[in-house]
Design a protein around this ligand. Sequence first.
Ligand code: ZN
Length: 249
Amino acid sequence: MTQYVIHPLLNGRCLIAGHHAFYNGDEKESYPYALYLWLILGGERPMLVDTGLDNVEEMNQGAAHVLREPITQQPGERGVEQLARFGVRPEDVGKIAITHLHFDHVDCLDQFPNATIYVSGRGLEKATANNWHGSWAPGKTLELLTRTAKDRVVAADDVEVAPGIRTMWVGGHSPCSQAVLVDTKAGRVCLTGDTVSLNLNIERNQAVGVCHSEEECYAGMEKIRGAADIILGSHDPAHAGAYPNGLGA
Ligand SMILES: [Zn+2]
C-alpha cells in the first residue's frame, strides 16, 4: 500500500473579512489566509494538488472585493521555487489534481508540461458552458484544459488519481470544487479546495462566505467529515511550517 507524504507549500498570505471567510460572518472581523500548493511525494513521480499563483498583481485586482489586505508573496514562495527545495523540477511532476478553477489555484498550471491533470468533469462542463461567457475560470486555464493540453486532462468526478489518492466532488465554494483524499501513515488526509478554507469552517460548521451554493457547502463538509481522518482547510495559515518533514512522514 502506497503511503504518501504531503508538503503544504506556502505561496502567499492575505487578510479576508469575516463575511467572506464565513457565510453570514461578521464583516468587522478579519481572518488571515494563506495560499498553498501541495506537493505529494511517495508515488512513482511527484504529484501536486493545485499549482499556485505567480501573477499576484492580477489576482489582487481580480479578487479586490474579497481581500481586506492584498496577497503578498515573499521571495522563495513561488511554486517552482518551493518545489526546487525538494529537488522537483516542473517537468518531473507526473500528476496534478486541481481542486477548483480559481486563479490562485490554477495560475501556474501551464508550467508543468508532463503532468496529467485531474479536474472535476461536471465543474469543467459548467465552467465552459455558454462559450465560456461569464465563466469564473481564467480563460488561459480553459484554453489549456480544453485545447492545448486536452490530451493530458482527465475531466471526471470521484476518480482514482493513483492508488491511495482520489478526488471527491463537493461543490459549494464553486461548481467545480473537488476535495482530494490522500492516504498517509497519519491517516486519510483531505485537501479541501476552499469548500473548507479555514479549519474553523469545519469546527464551527459554518460555510465559507465565498460560496456558490450554501447547501452544497454544508453537504460537502459532511462528505469531507465522513471521508477523512485529517482535514486541512485549504487557506488555513496553521499548515505553514507545521510539517517540517511533511504530513505522514
Ligand atoms: Zn477558490
